[in-house]
Design a protein around this ligand. Structure first.
Ligand code: FES
Length: 312
């Protein structure tokens, strides 16, 4: 194990982060884990990210003690470690719940229902963004796009995907988590706690039964490009097979065998997909449009549209 700069009597001109030390038994255990992680890298400082997951697995968030530990074993300054730990949102900076429930509220998920889910869970759980329920089970937070936009709106629990969620299914999900039931994501093995997840992210084996075998395929929209590259014909439009009616559990949990289809207009659920009522399509209030001779005429009276030469 390397010695810290302070132990070597080297001053880097920065004060060390004041932090209590781990109890001896914890430190010995973590040092053994740290040695295993560091050995995977040609340059020890490259092990900082998994080491932050390791200390997060110990206390559920990255404490000052954890950052001091990382600095010591990697021969970094605590300022360097702090800069990394505060940059990445996967590292939590304060005590949090067993299950981190993240609702994607980036643009696509937001308009597909993510905003409504987040607001619904805030009210249902009685907590705001980044806050934890009184029983210590759930920490609710906004999350950014997790590249599952074809399953929008997406909820992630301890970084496992729950696709095509609704306000109702999200409430059922947190109910099950708080009740201590086994909960399986749309793809992957049944959930484990945030601390257990952090240890897996540190690079230690995922020992949950069936975890290695559990997987899920990419969604239909994600595969359109691949199908085209293979010379197959892609569907004209891909939407999830939801009918807009009351949701049963199977629908809420995003069936993995969802198949692409070209929906009828009544199937469209989102404002993106549905035909829009606009002034251009409203014969009672036709919008003016530029005519070919440079003048204007109501859209409804100039149905021919632009010529092929005009390009659109
Ligand atoms: S916008 Fe939510 S997963 Fe991409």
């Amino acid at each position: 194990m390397t010695t810290s700069s302070s132990e070597r009597g080297v001053s880097l001109g920065m004060p060390e982060l004041p932090a209590p030390a781990y109890p001896d038994d914890v430190r010995v255990r973590l040092e053994a884990d740290a040695r295993e992680i560091i050995a995977r890298y040609p340059d020890s400082r490259s092990a900082l990210l998994p080491l932050l997951h390791l200390v997060q697995s110990e206390e559920g968030h990255v404490t000052r003690t954890g950052m001091r530990f990382c600095a010591d074993v990697l021969d970094l300054t605590t300022a360097e470690v702090t800069a990394v730990a505060t940059f990445y949102t996967m590292y939590r900076r304060r005590p949090s719940g067993d299950y981190q429930v993240g609702v994607c509220t980036n643009t696509l998920c937001a308009v597909m229902g993510g905003d409504a889910i987040f607001e619904g869970l805030q009210e249902y759980l009685g907590v705001g963004n980044g806050e934890t329920t009184d029983d210590g089970k759930i920490t609710l937070e906004h999350i950014e796009c997790n590249a599952a936009c074809d399953f929008a709106p997406v909820v992630m629990v301890n970084w496992e995907f729950f696709d095509n969620q609704t306000v109702q299914s999200a409430k059922r999900l947190v109910d099950e988590l708080r009740a201590g039931h086994t909960v399986s994501p749309t793809r992957g093995a049944p959930l484990c706690t945030f601390k257990e997840t952090a240890r897996i992210l540190a690079g230690f084996p995922d020992e949950r039964e069936g975890a290695v075998e559990a997987s899920g395929g990419a969604g239909p929209a994600s595969l359109v490009g691949l199908r085209l590259a293979r010379g197959e014909t892609a569907p004209a439009r891909v939407v999830h097979p939801r009918d807009g009616g009351p949701h049963d559990e199977a629908q809420d949990r995003a069936p993995s065998d969802a198949t692409p289809h070209d929906p009828s207009p009544t199937e469209h659920l989102s404002s993106h997909d549905a035909p829009q009522d606009t002034s251009a399509s409203d014969p009672s209030h036709p919008s003016p449009t530029t005519t070919r001779d440079g003048g204007t005429s109501p859209r409804g009276l100039d149905a021919a549209g632009p010529t092929a030469e005009e390009g659109e």
